[in-house]
Write a protein that binds this ligand. Structure first.
Ligand SMILES: Nc1ncnc2c1ncn2[C@@H]1O[C@H](COP(=O)(O)OP(=O)(O)OP(=O)(O)O)[C@@H](O)[C@H]1O
Ligand SMILES: [Mg+2]
Length: 439
């Protein structure tokens, strides 16, 4: 068959070979001096967990074959080989080598995924983000259901992946279902599967995502868009991990970790009777809030540099960095599309900039570089409460006072500076009792 073959007289020698040479497949006898073939398979897997092994049994009893499979053999063959058996051996060898290759490839891909979705790749140092990530780190390796909320583009999916790939289920599947993108009629069958004939186009049985995720994690994205009908069925899965495929009465049990995410305010959806309260409580075991980017301006420069490095690499860009005033503009922009908007912007800058210089304010889109850079530490509402009116009044008065001082009390220019019309500014000055003598 063109394979290189190494032989060993006994198990000890075979293990020594495995430890020093690359081997794609092992064929082993059972009865051997010293360590027997089944024990050899076990020990071989300690050295090379993905090594496919075919065991050759002298006495083809059902028990022997079961023992071989239990020991971790890919398959067993009976001795002596008869004419015609060789074709079977060849086919088995092909299959076994293919399986071994897939297993090690799969292991490698999983390792890459793990490092891609590790915590290190979630960039940001703000207290708001760190707070969320602390919870993520604590709950990742538990079985608890997690509900991630946050505006669009805040990193909900990133967090869901970090949880899965830092859990004991990391080597199993992470199955993502976007509940908002699939029409209601299809979503049920997508999640739970269907049997042949369940509906017009159901020409064959089909497994759903809950079964595909068995042993792993299912990520239910945009859970707030799920129809009330399906919410009932989902509630049951969360309660006892069982469901029936569409058109079937056979109950299926599944072992999945559930992570859900939404950019909707579920409490509001509950008040409006769009979302079941009992389902909310089942999902909201561990709530994690992905904070909007405008509430953590400190993260903007870190993210901007992170994405710049990424896209420079990916797109052969040569941009050296950002000028300080460009960074100031970025940090004070309100980022309605959150991190995704920033990521897209940096990609666009890398692609269109062309040069190897710095990003300057003029390179930024108009709505960003024309926005005034006002740095305001993000205020926190104290647990004891506050007077909204007073706080806002003080804030306004402060801005107006600064504008007036900067313009030596030229009210036209101060109004311009603040983007107010002159009458509004005059009214406010009067109402707040600001005057140049007092200040
Ligand atoms: N803290 C972060 N560090 C690095 N990349 C981030 C961070 N937060 C978000 N991103 C990136 O921003 C993009 C949007 O994140 P993600 O898809 O997780 O957001 P989302 O909350 O699921 O958004 P949507 O509600 O629109 O689905 C992704 O490319 C993600 O990798
Ligand atoms: Mg998402």
């Amino acid at each position: 068959m063109g394979h290189g073959v190494t032989t060993a007289p006994d198990a000890t020698e075979a293990l020594a070979i495995l430890a020093r040479e690359p081997v794609d497949l092992m064929l082993a006898d059972v009865q051997m001096p010293g360590i027997n073939g089944l024990e050899l398979v076990r020990q071989a897997h300690e050295i090379k967990p993905d090594l496919p092994c075919i065991v050759v049994t002298g006495y083809g009893t059902p028990q022997n074959s079961v023992d071989a499979l239990r020991a971790g053999a890919f398959w067993y063959l009976e001795k002596p080989f008869e004419q015609g058996h060789l074709d079977v051996v060849r086919a088995l060898v092909d299959h076994a080598i293919e399986l071994g290759r897939l297993k090690s490839e799969n292991r490698l891909l999983h390792k890459q995924l793990r490092s891609k979705y590790g915590f290190e790749n979630i960039v940001g140092n703000s207290a708001a983000l760190r707070g969320a990530l602390d919870i993520v780190a604590k709950v990742a390796d538990t079985e608890s259901t997690v509900l991630i909320t946050g505006e669009s583009g805040t990193g909900k999916e990133l967090i869901a992946r970090a949880i899965h790939f830092n859990s004991r289920r990391a080597d199993q599947m992470l199955v993502t279902v976007n509940c908002g993108a699939i029409p209601e009629e299809l979503l049920e069958s997508e999640l739970f599967g269907h049997v042949r004939g369940a509906f017009t186009n159901a020409v064959a049985n089909r497994d759903g995502r809950f079964l595909a995720a068995h042993g792993g994690t299912i990520f239910l994205d945009e859970i707030g868009d799920m129809s009330p009908n399906l919410q009932v069925k989902l509630l049951r899965v969360l309660q006892d991990r069982t469901f029936e495929p569409v058109g079937s009465s056979k109950t299926i049990r599944t072992d999945v970790r559930v992570i859900a995410a939404t950019n909707q305010n579920l409490e509001e959806a509950i008040r409006e009777k769009r979302f079941r309260e009992d389902l909310f409580f089942r999902l909201n075991v561990i709530p994690i809030e992905a904070p909007p980017l405008r509430e953590r301006p400190d993260d903007v420069p870190l993210l901007a540099h992170h994405f710049l490095e990424h896209f420079n690499r990916e797109r052969d860009g040569k941009i050296r960095g950002f000028s300080q005033d460009a960074l100031d503009h970025l940090a004070s922009y309100h980022w309605p599309g959150n991190v995704r908007e920033l990521e897209n912007l940096i990609e666009r800058l890398v692609v269109t900039h062309g040069g190897d210089g710095e990003i300057k304010p003029a390179d930024l889109p108009r709505q960003i570089h024309e926005a005034p850079t006002l740095s305001v530490a993000s205020p926190r509402v104290p647990a004891t409460g506050l007077s909204f009116r007073d706080v806002v009044d003080d804030f306004e008065a402060d801005l107006i006072r600064q504008a007036l001082e900067q313009t030596q009390w030229n009210k036209n220019r101060a109004a311009q500076l603040l983007g107010l019309n002159r009458t509004t500014l005059l009214e406010k000055i009067k109402k707040k009792g600001l005057d140049p003598i007092k200040h």
